[in-house]
Design a protein around this ligand. Structure first.
Ligand code: BES
Ligand code: MN
Ligand code: ZN
Length: 504
């Protein structure tokens, strides 16, 4: 990840490859006149009409020694009325990407004295840094040839005043920590399945735990057998590699306070098993552990921020492979909570491993349980790659997730869990079957999970569409997006005990 620092310097004195200045359409005339006093070349650029303030427009000007940095980027924010945190992220990503394309290494940002559009200067800075840092991600460790665009290596926020220095220091620290979590999560999601499989995922989590300050317990296959996690074991049967069950713990407040538990689907590669997937795009299923990666990444962020909450991460991890020993349709599995399910389709494997983890979560008497999973293609059909599917049994928890989704732009959209859908999962020979057929696939998957939750507030996020981006967008790379880390950190940043509700 690029480095992110705060320096006590005026933007005119900062040594950097370029200084980025943001402006709205409304601010432009007045702002331009003032800026021209420091950077005379702005005058001619304004007169040419090339600087418009249009959202995501970026104008490069050379400063000819008028200030210390040789270049200034004028970044358009659009009109004040449409200036949101997300607009700032995207405008900042546009500048950072332009700098990267020019192979510039070091970009400086002055702190906005009065942030436009009703945003606080803190929020403006947070969004600008998040957008620019997150845009500088590339999964390139396996590419040996020379790259034709660079990456910005260093972002410096500058202010000459000690008061502003103190005021904005926490914003810079917070944003750096969150972005580190997102980068880690993207790396795990993008890693090839011959690098990241259950045991190496466990090792990566261990290392991160040591660095960030959370504990990692790795249950091996024998321990998983002793517990009776028949879902995780069933899915693992076709694989040459053993499963793991990861238990991550961060105790940020009194031990007597029950934790929030995050559960992440950790299918390190999903071939579909005996119900084999088609060959086209199967490699995308290396990211079928994105939920797990998001959970582990979020634990790192929360631990590094030392948030005053207790947080547990549970990650069932396995490959889903076809082989002579693989589970087959018709098999019946028995889960940790004693319930049984008939296998209708071995490709509906995520819910099988989550069932054991959701049942395990009950041992913590949790305040809330939130699971994240690249669970269904049906969710991608319903919501595309724009928004995650949201389900759950506790109104306030769901509303909090929606609010966190709006702020971070990791948006969520609630889908129903009406009783009628439960019919679709009826089995003649077991408590349930693992697939409800073609209709309402995202919902029937969530209903399957609901059979395994304990007596706790629960939310399920189907991130199948949002975790794997088909195309690069402003600050999201193609492939693993890191979705979930920013959403959950935002939720937990201001966590308060949930009110009791009659559960549905
Ligand atoms: N991992 C897939 C879901 C998925 C599909 C994630 C596309 C991301 C992109 C999941 O294990 C799966 O295969 N689900 C099946 C369920 C069906 C067999 C009931 C699906 O969605 O087709
Ligand atoms: Mn599958
Ligand atoms: Zn899957």
């Amino acid at each position: 990840m690029p480095s992110l620092e705060l320096r006590r310097k005026d933007w005119r004195a900062i040594e950097a490859d370029a200084v980025a200045l943001f402006v709205t359409q409304e601010q432009l005339p007045q702002w331009g006149r003032e800026l021209a006093e420091h950077v005379p070349s702005v005058q001619a650029a304004l007169e040419s009409g090339d600087i418009t303030g249009k959202h995501k427009s970026v104008t490069l000007l050379y400063t000819a020694h008028a200030i210390r940095a040789p270049r200034v980027f004028i970044a358009g924010l659009g009109s004040e009325s449409s200036l949101t945190l997300e607009a700032v992220r995207r405008a900042a990503a546009a500048v950072a990407k332009r700098a990267a394309a020019l192979k510039l290494r070091h970009l400086a940002f002055p702190i906005p004295s009065a942030a436009p559009g009703g945003l606080s200067p803190e929020d403006f800075l947070y969004a600008a840094l998040e957008g620019s840092v997150l845009s500088q991600y590339r999964f390139s460790k396996y590419i040996t040839r020379e790259q034709d665009t660079g990456l910005v290596e260093r972002f410096t926020v500058c202010t000459p005043t000690p008061a502003e220095q103190r005021r904005f220091h926490p914003v810079v620290e917070y944003t750096r920590t969150v972005c580190e979590g997102v980068f880690w999560t993207r790396d795990i999601a993008n890693a090839p399945p011959n690098e990241i499989y259950p045991e190496t995922l466990a090792e990566a989590a261990r290392q991160l735990g040591t660095q960030a300050g959370f504990s990692v317990r790795v249950l091996n296959k024998a321990q998983i057998e002793r517990l009776g996690m028949g879902g995780l074991l069933g899915v693992n049967r076709g694989s040459a590699r053993p499963p793991v069950f990861l238990i991550l713990e961060y105790w940020g407040t009194r031990r007597s306070q029950p934790p929030v538990v995050l559960v992440g689907k950790g299918v390190t590669f999903d071939t579909g098993g005996i119900s084999l997937k088609p060959a086209a795009n199967m490699s995308e299923m290396k990211a079928d552990l994105h939920g797990a990666a998001s959970v582990i990444g979020t634990l790192a962020v929360v631990a590094r921020l030392k948030l005053p909450i207790n947080l547990v991460g549970l990650v069932p991890a396995t490959e889903n492979m076809p082989s002579g020993s693989a589970m087959v349709p018709g098999d019946i599995l028995r889960f940790l909570n004693g319930k049984t399910a008939e296998i209708d389709n071995t490709d509906a494997e995520g819910r099988l491993i989550l069932a054991d983890a959701l049942a395990y979560a009950e041992r913590y008497n949790p305040q809330a349980v939130i699971d994240l999973a690249t669970l269904t293609g049906a969710c991608v059909v319903a919501l595309g790659h724009v928004v995650s599917g949201l389900f759950g049994n506790h109104r306030e928890l769901l509303e909090r997730l929606k609010r966190a989704g709006e702020r971070t732009y990791e948006r969520v959209w609630e889908l129903p869990l009406y009783d009628e859908y439960a019919e679709l999962l009826k089995s003649d020979v077991a408590d349930l079957k693992n697939s409800g057929g073609r209709t309402a696939g995202a919902i029937t998957a969530a209903i399957f999970l609901k059979h395994f939750i304990g007596n706790y507030p629960w939310a399920h996020l189907d991130i199948a569409g949002t975790a794997i981006a088909p195309q690069e967008t402003d600050y999201m790379p193609k492939g693993g997006t890191g979705v979930g880390v920013r959403l959950l950190t935002e939720l937990l940043r201001t966590w308060e005990p949930l009110p009791t509700e009659s559960s549905s």
